[in-house]
Design a protein around this ligand. Structure first.
Ligand code: NAD
Length: 291
């Protein structure tokens, strides 16, 4: 008998981003045609880490395409903390700046938390300020949700993947993805387990997941035997292996078992940038009292 090959649904973040960015562009055009100024995002990059430069370029291009003004502040890697804080204070006070993003990681001599704390929470489109993290815990809608968790939430809901009551396992508890994502999933009424480097046996957890989300940066950590038949698998990881971008998930193995899966690249990455555009538009509405 001929074997019937199952194909998982590909959770295509690139395609959904295209649709969402068209909507954002329309909204921005609408404001401008009514005589308002365009929304604006200030991007601060310290140093010359090549990966960070690529991320910043992508974010800037995405802004320009939808009509958001993007202003780049590229500072040398030996910039002092005081100089950086002075720039952020200026951007906080500037009425024409809606969103502020400081590209992470910062050079080791600059304390990240101090910089994050200095950003006006109403302009904190990355959602890393404790006030916005607190709003995520308290389920207060007017805060900013960090971009990668927000992008994943949009991608899952677009595909009709129910989070309420689902057993969701998040592998990775980093500050940028895993931790805020877990809070957002709780907000959506999922049953959330969070694994990290000190978890004794991650496959004990991953095998039970209806939805498995991996955000560790360990290439191909998630193998086929670690995934439940019919699970939804979201791969956040981005690692460079011999000039190729690979995720945390061994796609070839896992696709045989998954009901739906994100590709790398083209899954979570574009959704993160789209969420940044949405947060910038939200900051603009807050800043200019447009409802
Ligand atoms: P991080 O270093 O802050 O956190 C990594 C987490 O993974 C930690 O909690 C650590 O304990 C855990 N971990 C590491 N090795 C593990 C293992 N063997 N088993 C279980 N847990 C393990 O990293 P981050 O900033 O959260 O980023 C994680 C990954 O996501 C990176 O590859 C990063 O490039 C990627 N990322 C992608 C996007 C996107 O848009 N696709 C956005 C942000 C980050």
């Amino acid at each position: 008998m001929e074997k019937v090959l199952k194909k998982p649904i590909i959770l295509d973040g690139k395609a959904l981003s295209l649709q969402l960015r068209q909507k954002i562009e329309q909204e921005v055009r609408g404001y401008v045609s009514m005589g308002h100024r365009a929304p604006s995002l200030a991007v601060v990059l310290v140093g010359d880490d090549p990966a960070s430069q690529v991320y910043v370029e992508n974010k800037q291009k995405a802004c320009q395409k939808v009509g958001i003004r993007s202003l780049l502040y590229h500072l040398p890697k030996n910039t002092r903390l005081e100089e950086l804080l002075e720039l952020i204070a200026q951007l906080n006070a500037d009425q024409e700046v809606d969103g502020i993003l400081v590209q992470l990681p910062l050079p080791p001599h600059i304390p990240q938390q101090e910089v994050i704390l200095s950003i006006d929470p109403k302009k904190d489109v990355d959602g890393f300020h404790p006030e916005n993290m607190g709003k995520l815990v308290a389920r207060i809608e007017d805060g900013f949700i960090p971009c990668t968790p927000l992008g994943i939430d949009l991608l899952l809901s677009h595909h009709g993947i129910e989070l309420k009551g689902a057993d969701v396992v998040v592998v990775g508890a980093g500050f940028i993805v895993g931790r805020p994502l877990s809070l957002l999933l709780l907000w959506r009424d999922a049953t959330v387990s969070v694994c990290h480097i000190h978890t004794k046996d991650i496959s004990e957890y991953t095998r039970r997941a209806d939805i498995l989300i991996s955000a560790t940066g360990v290439p191909h950590l998630i193998k086929g035997h670690m995934v439940k038949e019919g699970a939804v698998v979201v791969d956040v990881g981005i690692s460079r292996v011999r000039d190729r971008i690979v995720g945390d998930v061994d796609f070839e193995e896992v696709k045989e078992k998954a009901y739906a899966i994100t590709p790398v690249p083209g899954g979570v990455g574009p959704m993160t940038v789209t969420a940044l555009l949405m947060n910038t538009l939200k900051a603009y509405r807050l800043n200019s009292s447009i409802k």
